[in-house]
Design a protein around this ligand. Structure first.
Ligand code: AKG
Ligand code: FE2
Length: 308
């Protein structure tokens, strides 16, 4: 049995933004994970997004395969096609997912999405487009609070152009509620997220766990309990890098459970700093991805004062 964790709860509607920023800083330093409540997205709308997500995964496999993920990272990943922990010998996590982005950026991503046909899933596209807009707006508010939490002007990321042409992905995930062989195969194997931050919503079925100290042996995995109506926020590798590891991009995973599970999330990535994105955390430390430039910490966007 994994230990149960009490993650901090951040109230996005609190009028005391400096106090909220202070709590966010503590949460990002201690855990890299927290709950976000009073985020302003109506519960009925979130349920509708889940409903549409379920409808998609319930389609016949050949319909889903028509949207199979392409090189640009958008589209459908069938069951067992992805292994988030690249060090595993048993390949294939027990989930299927679809990636969408609605960003209107220079590569016309908006039109490049692969949408299910309207006759097949009426209103699916419009629901996902509003889901994207609503989650991104919460994410932008949060990122301005993160700037405050770093002792910066709350428009800091906007001013340096970091939110210019913001790229964010919606990821709809389905864990089918089966366990394969008696192996240790996971729903989503251990990984950290690569962008600035992820905002996640789960259907309440347990499974999500975090490992706060990846260098500890044996690793300690702690359950992230469900909090009704709250979004789960986690810091991504990019923000960890920008803050010289002050904010933690915490490793997490999802167990394979016998109960079916859905989650929907938005991953906020920073498009105009791909060179900074191009570092991945691996257990041994930070390494550049092959063929992509590594930006030294002193060249990153934040002034040294943020560490104080
Ligand atoms: O389904 C979950 O609870 C976590 C999903 C996740 O880690 C991800 O989408 O990066
Ligand atoms: Fe993740």
């Amino acid at each position: 049995m994994a230990a149960d964790l009490k993650l901090p709860l951040i109230d996005l509607a609190s009028p005391d933004r400096p106090a909220t920023a202070k709590s966010i800083r503590q949460a990002c330093v201690d855990h890299g994970f927290f709950y976000l409540v009073n985020h302003g997205i109506e519960e009925s709308f979130l349920q509708q997004a889940f409903h549409e997500s379920r409808r998609f995964f319930a389609l016949p496999q050949d319909e889903k395969m028509k949207l199979k993920k392409r090189m640009d990272n958008r589209g459908y990943n069938p069951l067992l096609s992805e292994t988030l922990d690249s060090s595993l010998e048993v390949r294939g996590d027990l989930h299927e997912d679809i990636f969408l982005t609605c960003a209107k950026v220079r590569y016309s991503y908006f039109d490049a999405n692969q949408w299910p046909e309207e006759e097949l899933l009426p209103r699916w596209r419009t629901t996902m487009e509003s889901y994207y807009e609503k989650m991104l707006s919460v994410g932008k508010n949060l990122i301005s609070l993160m700037a405050l939490a770093l002792g910066l002007d709350d428009l800091f990321f906007e001013k340096i152009g970091a939110m210019h042409e913001t790229l964010a992905y919606i990821r709809l995930l389905h864990y089918p509620g089966i366990t394969l062989d008696a192996s240790s195969r996971l729903g989503a194997s251990a990984h950290s997220d690569f962008g600035m931050a992820t905002l996640l919503l789960t259907d309440g079925v347990p499974g999500l766990q975090i490992c706060r100290d990846k260098d500890r042996h044996p690793q300690l995995w702690e359950d992230v309990p469900h909090v009704s109506g709250a979004l789960i926020v986690n810091v991504g590798d990019l923000l960890e890098r920008w803050t010289n590891c002050l904010f933690r991009s915490t490793m997490h995973r999802v167990l394979a459970t016998e109960q079916e599970r859905h989650s929907t999330g938005i991953l906020i990535v920073q498009l105009s700093a791909w060179n900074v994105v191009a570092v991945r955390k691996i257990p041994q430390g930070i390494i550049p991805l092959p063929s992509l430039p590594l930006v030294s910490i002193s060249e990153t966007a934040l002034p040294p004062s943020y560490l104080q």
